[in-house]
Every structure is written in structure tokens, then in C-alpha cells.
Ligand binder design. Structure first.
Ligand code: XMP
Length: 319
């Protein structure tokens, strides 16, 4: 049997002291930070933890199932899944402007989360996966250019509005320490080493208007990109690797027939801080495998491009 390091024990002890016998709510996004917060709280306070996962229909393939399984079967948390895909799709209908897409997703998320949180009796704390770099970044320059280039979506302001006290157990930690802690707490490697994923999810990788049909195409193409990166042993070396569905159709040929189908861009970047990033020098053979698999296996795609832009001036996400 494994046992926790002094480091993990110390963090757990600190959480126990802070929380006492009160109830904590924790939002699960599918990402590393929120998963580690939830696992940590579960080890520290067990049944005093309630988790909320808002299913916005914008997650990657199998992502939600993995998180639900982890936090209901492995960690037997009081898990509340809010099935809100229809609501998000309805508010995204007809909207193609990136900031407006982000605004609507952020708004819907807060409304869904709030409604569920208010259903949980006697909650006192709201837990968040704020890390040390977030603390520095926001303290240094809350209105700096990085904060305003894209509307970042988080639950800022929500704890006060709901009358909850904020608890941020990862506030003193760097990302590598969070990962180590996650592994020590028993989270699976594929969750702990997951590439970051934006709050607005696949919506900002499905350029222009978001529809269920486009999301389905994007989700399949994205799964192939990630699978091939993993098979090539490059998942940890690259910082983020994903597919983007372009709002472009182009002419192709299949057998004797002309096609007029979608184009997918592959984006893979290397970065240490996500403020600047370089495009990954992926091997041509790997790019070739991704391209032929996407075109052969994903219906409605006949062209694949590789994004060779660095940040700046491009951003990592396309929207
Ligand atoms: P950009 O596209 O600005 O992205 O170069 C930098 C990093 O931030 C992630 N990102 C987000 N993360 N909510 C998030 O939690 C968001 O709205 C959001 N937008 C971008 C992006 O994936 C990259 O890691």
C-alpha cells in the first residue's frame, strides 16, 4: 500500500484545520487543478465534500466519463452532475463572435453552478484550484494586457455572491507540485498529466457558430491528434496539442467524386508559461499519420493543416 509523503500530509492537515466540521463545495472541470483540489479535500474531509460538474457539452472525447468515474467510483464523493448541454447549445445558437461566445458560456456556467450550489445544504466553503503563479499574476497586474486579450472564464466573485468562504488549498503550489500531489493522492497519470483545456472548452476550437454536428467532428479529430501524440511518446513534451475545426470548406476528391468538406487545423505548442509559446516541431511522419487518420476516420473532413504560428503574435487558442 502506498502512503502519502510528508508534503501531502501537511497540505491535508492544513485543510482539516481550516475546514473543521463544515461543508465544502468544489467545482470539477476535468482539468488537473480542480481534480487535485477535489481529491485532496476528499482525503482530508471525506463526506463533508460535495463536487459539482457542469456538463456543458463542450468537453473533449471521454473526458467527462473519466472524471465522473474517478470521483464517484474511486473517490466516492457526493458528486452532482448538472446536465446542461441543451442550455449551452441554445445560448450559442447563431453566435459566431468569439468574445460573445465566451461571455455566454461564462454566464451559463455561473448560472448552472450557482443553482446547483444553492441546492447543497449547509455549504460553507467554495474550493478553487488557484495556484501560486495565478496569485502572482493577478496580484501583479489584474488589468494587464494578458487579462483582457481574451475573456477568461472563472468563478471570480461567485463565492461572495453565494455567501461562501473561499478556500484555495493549492495557493502556495506550482504546477509540478500539484501534479506530484495528484499522483500521491491516487489520481491516474492520464488525468494528472492532462494538457490544459480552456474553460469555454471546444467552443473556442470550433470556429464560428457552434453546433452539435461541428462539435462531433471536432471531438473525433481532436481525439486522433491526442492519441497519435501519445503513441509517439510526445504528450508530456508538448504543452498542448489539439484540433481546431475551421469555418472553411474546400474541394477534394474521393474515388471518382468531388467533395466539398471541412478543414481541420492541428495545433501543438511548447511553452513553459503559456504567455509565450512556440509551435512544436512535430515529426513529418507523425503529422502525416494524424492527417490521414483524420481524413479517413472523421466524416466530413477532407483537408488537414498544421498551425506553425508562435505566440505572440498568434495566441495558442484560435478564438
Ligand atoms: P491563449 O489562447 O490566450 O491561451 O494563448 C493561453 C492559455 O490559456 C488557456 N485559455 C483558457 N483557460 N479559460 C481558461 O481556463 C479560458 O477562457 C481560456 N482561454 C484560453 C489556453 O488553452 C492556453 O493554455
Amino acid at each position: 500500500t502506498w502512503h502519502l509523503s510528508d508534503f501531502a500530509e501537511a497540505v491535508i492537515e492544513h485543510v482539516r484545520e481550516t475546514v473543521g466540521d463544515r461543508r465544502v463545495i468544489c467545482g470539477l472541470s476535468g482539468g488537473v487543478d480542480s481534480s487535485v483540489v477535489a481529491a485532496l479535500l476528499y482525503k482530508a474531509i471525506g463526506s463533508q465534500l460535495s463536487c459539482i460538474l457542469v456538463d456543458n457539452g463542450l468537453l473533449r472525447k471521454n473526458e467527462q466519463q473519466l472524471v465522473i468515474k474517478e470521483f464517484s467510483e474511486h473517490f466516492k464523493t457526493d458528486l452532482h452532475v448538472v446536465h446542461a448541454e441543451d442550455r449551452f447549445m441554445a445560448s450559442l445558437a447563431g453566435i459566431s463572435e468569439p468574445q460573445e461566445k465566451r461571455r455566454r458560456i461564462g454566464h451559463d456556467f455561473i448560472e448552472c453552478f450557482k443553482a446547483e450550489a444553492l441546492n447543497i445544504k449547509d455549504a460553507h466553503f467554495l474550493a478553487q484550484g488557484t495556484l501560486y503563479p495565478d496569485v502572482i499574476e493577478s496580484g501583479a497586474d489584474p488589468d494587464g494586457p494578458a487579462a483582457t486579450i481574451k475573456l477568461h472564464h472563472n468563478v471570480g466573485g461567485l463565492p461572495e455572491e453565494l455567501g461562501f468562504e473561499l478556500i484555495e488549498p493549492l495557493r502556495d503550489l506550482f504546477k509540478d507540485e500539484v501534479r506530484r500531489l495528484g499522483l500521491e493522492l491516487g489520481l491516474p497519470e492520464n488525468l494528472v498529466w492532462r494538457h490544459p483545456f480552456p474553460g469555454p472548452g471546444l467552443a473556442v476550437r470550433c470556429l464560428g457558430e457552434v453546433t452539435r454536428e461541428k462539435l462531433a467532428v471536432l471531438r473525433e479529430a481532436d481525439a486522433i491528434v491526442v492519441e497519435e501524440i501519445e503513441k509517439a511518446g510526445l504528450y508530456r513534451q508538448t504543452s498542448q496539442s489539439f484540433a481546431v475545426l475551421l469555418p472553411v470548406q474546400s474541394v477534394g476528391v474521393m474515388g471518382d467524386a468531388r467533395t466539398y468538406d471541412n478543414a481541420v487545423a492541428i495545433r501543438s505548442v511548447d511553452t513553459s508559461d503559456f504567455m509565450t509559446a512556440d509551435w512544436s516541431r512535430l515529426p513529418y511522419d507523425l503529422l502525416g499519420r494524424m492527417s490521414s487518420r483524420i481524413i479517413n476516420e472523421v466524416n466530413g473532413v477532407n483537408r488537414v493543416c498544421y498551425d506553425i504560428s508562435s505566440k505572440p503574435p498568434a495566441t495558442i487558442e484560435w478564438e
